[in-house]
Design a protein around this ligand. Structure first.
Ligand code: HEC
Ligand code: HEC
Length: 269
């Protein structure tokens, strides 16, 4: 091992290069962070925290009660539940800044693009490990579920489970609908059109939709944790048919990398 002089050693300890050191060293707040044992950990690209089983209905209820938009509801309810779980990484989950997920409401700050429920799921699974394995495959399953399932769940058990009122739900949510795509826009507009409502009346419907996605997502994560192959929501046969020729590496047909339902946007040919 090379002997470090005092200056190099300090730089090594506080994690800055010699070039960045110098006069600013004394006032550098990084020093305080390093000496603080609990503040030592930092989420980095590639970090995965250990998932531990959660009760899907309890987390769905928590999501329903959490405000600040669908992406935050989904991300925060699951991360906070894991922070309180018996996961070996519970204290790390507690340090994940869930407020970062706020931007995802109404398809990203109201742009109506990718639904915040989906966006949250991607953000979540990318930092989870399930018994040491990546949880990423659960995103596609959640997207296919979101595209094809009639949502929000409206069974008596579910409405009661999340602590909602059935009479109010019938009036404000009305008839549940399928989104046909992963877009916030199609999800809300198809629901609004079916129920003669406008975007501004989506509050309860979208909160229940997030609770439904959380319920399904936690159920799938639990199944994966139990060692089951999670394949409840596979890519549809119609889409697989298109993918028979349109692969990402195809040159004989235009190259395509997506599992979205092709038929929503393209006719056959
Ligand atoms: C048997 C192989 C095959 C299958 C299956 C297939 N495609 Fe194609 N696709 C092609 C080829 C080859 C082209 C380029 C030549 C052409 O224009 O026909 C193409 C072109 C396209 C284009 C470019 C515009 C156009 O129409 O030419 C779109 C969009 C497309 N395919 C979508 C789809 C969708 C959606 C499906 C499933 C419903 C699908 N394809 C299934 C081979 C296929
Ligand atoms: C959310 C809508 C959407 C979905 C879902 C979607 N596409 Fe597309 N796709 C588009 C748009 C928009 C374009 C660009 C069309 C243009 O500008 O002509 C495009 C382009 C393409 C092209 C190249 C078109 C060309 O003229 O060469 C192919 C091929 C294609 N898509 C196939 C697919 C397949 C296969 C799937 C399903 C696995 C799929 N798409 C799903 C919207 C979508």
């Amino acid at each position: 091992m090379k002997t470090l002089n005092r200056r190099q050693a300090i730089n090594r300890i506080i994690g800055i290069s010699t070039a960045a050191a110098g006069g600013a060293l004394i006032a550098n707040p990084v020093i305080a962070a390093v000496t603080n044992v609990s503040g030592d950990w930092k989420l980095e690209v590639g970090t995965r925290l250990a998932y531990s089983k959660l009760d899907p209905m309890v987390v769905a209820k928590r999501a329903y009660e959490t405000g600040n938009g669908c992406m935050f509801q989904v991300f925060d309810s699951i991360i906070q539940s894991l922070a309180e779980s018996d996961s070996v990484d519970a204290d790390k989950f507690a340090q994940v800044p869930t407020a970062m997920a706020h931007y995802g409401y109404a398809g990203m700050l109201g742009e109506g693009t990718v639904c915040g429920n989906i966006n949250a799921t991607g953000m979540l699974v990318n930092l989870l490990s399930i018994n040491g394995e990546s949880a990423n495959a659960v995103l596609s399953q959640t997207m296919r579920f979101y595209e094809s399932e009639t949502l929000p769940f409206q069974t008596a058990e579910f409405i009661e489970g999340i602590g909602a009122d059935m009479t109010e739900t019938l009036a404000q949510v009305g008839k549940p609908t399928a989104a046909n795509s992963t877009l916030c826009h199609s999800s809300i507009s198809l629901w609004a059109s079916e129920n003669g409502k406008s975007f501004s009346e989506k509050g309860m419907r979208c909160k229940q939709l997030s609770a439904s996605v959380v319920y399904e997502l936690v159920t799938m994560l639990n199944n994966a944790f139990d060692g089951e192959t999670v394949n409840d929501h596979p890519v549809s046969e119609a889409t697989q048919d298109c993918q028979g020729c349109h692969t990402s590496s195809s040159t004989f047909a235009p190259s395509v990398q997506t599992n979205m339902s092709c038929n929503t946007c393209h006719g056959g040919h």
